[in-house]
Write a protein that binds this ligand. Structure first.
Ligand code: WTA
Length: 650
């Protein structure tokens, strides 16, 4: 691969070059992609507005880079290997040529259904190859995809459709996950009763169950493909997109309000995801790469679809879950396809650890070369289990820190090139300048990768800590939050002027390795999924008997964090007695199963200051089981509630 880093020395020199001459550095990388027209200007930026523009004047299509350019040499190589949820069902393997054909056909389906460049398309589908086809077809014709994970509720879908004014929905009659059927179309029908934007729904047949098809609105995927086959494929040229045209919107939770639509644009996202894929995983042509993330999350976008396909890799897509039909499923897949690179989440590792090593026995894992983790801090115990039982001490583990907003991996060791360190994401990728700031926004001495040196071999000294910021744009940085640029500015660029603020806390050791310690805002990380406490509170408060609630996280052995809700009921609710389950159901109804609270505690009041602010610090400590050292509670309006809450802890 042209821009693959081959040694630690080379990493250091590339890093240096990337900060000394970022424009030269990134244009050198961009040369290795297919452009319809080269760019006029590499970078223009300020973090004040913020405004970041990479490769202005350039024209390209990301799918020409994912598909067309591989057709000369890799036409018959597998692009996507798909493993179904049910191991008894037949798998599917799509070569680059076949995938290209499917995408071109589906572009015509979209056009036949009046989709135009710039339209927003909502995708709510199971993990089947057609989901990748759908995403790529949007990109090929310049429609903007907004993929929604299958665990979100009708209300969440409706909110996202409204926010982006989506005109068309791509869905399926249902999907399989573990032993369960997920009735996606029913949820879409319910969502579409709450919003009027959508004109068309294209439905893939997956389960074969009976679904309600609305005349004039809903059409079957296979009928639409048949139409294209009888029409014959018209023009298959990919749309010429501006470098800064929007590629997709992906919603993610923040500390306030409703989820926001993170916007990524074509060129920068393509270049950064491909560059980071090739370097972090040290992908070699012919290897089988398996990322277990759903395409509904950023990891699936960047490292199941776009990054690997742009790099000409074979990407394995799995429809199911790690524990079904038994907890050996991942290892069966590794054995069956001779997987070389496995990229998964700490929560999956921890849950599989719980089953011991029996499910690994008699599974041949010797094809594995590289292991990766993403989504949350990995605890040392899980790291060592992964290293010993899966990697057999022979595979480097890359602990990749990044976010929906960063588009690609920002801090990680490069497999076999730079050293891993349990629970540390380690060093920044070229082009990334992290630094830590204290509460007042002052840079913490010794924490700036560029100014203080990215690496200090064998250095001993204090570990510094602070809030993690990035002080220079990389190509796949968030461009805006859809429809509300001010929100993007306030959320990410206003806390510490001149810097992108991640919302995470971190440590930096004397050698220069970063360790992410977790969110410093009111965002929970539950099984690697981001959930805003305010979002869960809003949902709980929609319950007719609930007056008020406060949601905090607490340590959970498998999920990393669990959701703990303190809830006060109105008089009527108190009298007739409200079931905890009904509060849980309300959250599932409003947000979806992914935000299901683990613990509900009914309380008669919440600890509040005289100005009415809920003291979450106290609730967090109680939820964690810390009953002493609650700090100063004298400023509370009613300190007695604290005793009551302590007694009632669940
Ligand atoms: C957390 C997922 C520690 C972090 C790609 C971040 C991590 C949030 C790691 C983003 C890691 C992600 N170590 N924490 N390797 N990777 N995080 O947007 O808190 O779903 O801010 O993106 O996950 O979650 P998101």
């Amino acid at each position: 691969m042209p821009f693959q880093i081959n040694s630690f020395e080379q990493y250091l020199s590339e890093y240096q070059k990337s900060i000394d001459q970022p424009e030269n550095f990134w244009s050198g990388i961009a040369e290795h992609f297919t452009w319809k027209k080269k760019w006029d200007k590499v970078l223009e930026w300020n973090f004040k507005e913020p405004s970041v523009k990479w490769f202005q004047g350039g024209k390209l299509n990301i799918t020409e880079n994912c598909l067309d350019r591989h057709l000369m040499e890799k036409a018959n190589d597998p692009a996507i290997i798909w493993e179904p949820n049910d191991p008894k069902e037949k798998n599917r393997i799509l070569s680059y040529k076949e995938l290209h054909g499917e995408v071109c056909r589906f572009v015509q389906v979209l056009k036949n259904n009046s989709v135009k460049k710039g339209d927003r398309i909502c995708i709510y589908m199971p993990m089947v190859p057609e989901l990748a086809v759908a995403v790529l077809a949007c990109a090929r014709m310049g429609a903007i995809h907004s993929v929604i994970f299958g665990g979100y509720s009708a209300q969440s879908i409706a909110d996202r459709i409204e926010d982006a004014s989506c005109s068309l929905v791509l869905t399926a009659d249902g999907g399989n996950r573990g032993g369960k059927d997920i009735l996606l179309k029913d949820t879409i029908d319910e969502a579409l009763q709450k919003t009027g934007h959508v004109k068309k729904v294209i439905v893939l047949k997956r389960l074969g169950n009976k679904v309600n098809m609305v005349d004039g609105r809903d059409v079957w995927w296979h009928d639409e493909i048949k139409k294209v086959e009888s029409q014959g494929l018209k023009d298959t040229t990919a749309e010429a997109m501006d470098a800064e045209d929007i590629l997709f919107i992906l919603y993610t939770s923040g500390s306030t309000g409703k989820p926001k639509g993170v916007v990524h644009t074509v060129a920068g996202y393509m270049i950064y995801t491909t560059y980071s894929f090739v370097n972090v995983f040290q992908y070699k042509p012919g290897q089988i790469y398996f990322c277990t993330a759903d395409i509904g999350w950023i990891t699936g976008h960047s490292y199941t679809v776009y990054g690997p396909l742009c790099a000409g890799a074979t990407t394995l897509m799995f429809e199911g879950i790690p524990s079904w039909p038994d907890p050996g499923r991942f290892w069966d897949i590794v054995d069956k396809y001779k997987v070389n690179i496995l990229y998964t989440a700490p929560t999956a590792i921890r849950s599989l650890m719980g089953f011991g090593t029996d499910p690994i026995k008699n599974k041949d894992l010797s094809s594995l070369r590289v292991l990766g983790t993403v989504g949350e801090p990995i605890n040392e115990e899980a790291w060592h289990w992964y290293d010993e039982h899966i990697g057999k001490h022979k595979c480097p583990i890359v602990d990749t820190w990044w976010q929906t907003e960063t588009g690609g991996i920002m801090i990680s060791n490069l497999a076999g090139i730079s050293k891993g360190k349990p629970s540390y994401a380690t060093l920044p990728l070229p082009g990334v300048i992290p630094l830590l700031v204290d509460e007042n926004g002052h840079p913490v001495p010794g924490s700036d990768a560029a100014k203080d040196g990215v690496f200090h071999k064998g250095a001993s000294g204090p570990t510094v800590s602070g809030n993690l910021c990035i002080r220079f744009p990389w190509p796949s940085i968030i461009r805006t939050t859809y429809g509300d640029h001010e929100r993007c500015r306030v959320n990410y660029f206003a806390t510490y002027p001149g810097m992108y603020f991640t919302g995470d806390g971190a440590l930096r050791d004397a050698e220069g390795n970063y360790r992410i310690t977790g969110r410093v805002d009111d965002v929970l990380n539950v099984s690697g999924h981001r959930i805003g406490t305010a979002e869960v509170e809003n949902a709980i408060n929609m319950h007719p008997e609930v007056v008020e609630s406060a949601v905090v996280g607490y340590p959970h052995d498998i999920k990393g964090q669990g959701i703990y809700a303190f809830v006060t009921l109105g008089k009527e609710g108190q009298e007739k007695g409200v079931k905890k389950e009904s509060v849980v159901s309300e959250v599932v109804r409003v947000i979806g199963v992914i935000a299901r609270p683990d613990k509900i505690q009914f309380v008669t009041g919440l600890p509040k200051t005289r100005s009415g602010k809920i003291m979450r610090r106290i609730l967090r400590k109680i939820a964690e089981g810390e009953m002493e050292n609650l700090g100063d509670i004298s400023t509370l309006v009613d300190p007695a509630v604290v005793e009551e809450i302590k007694k009632g802890k669940v």
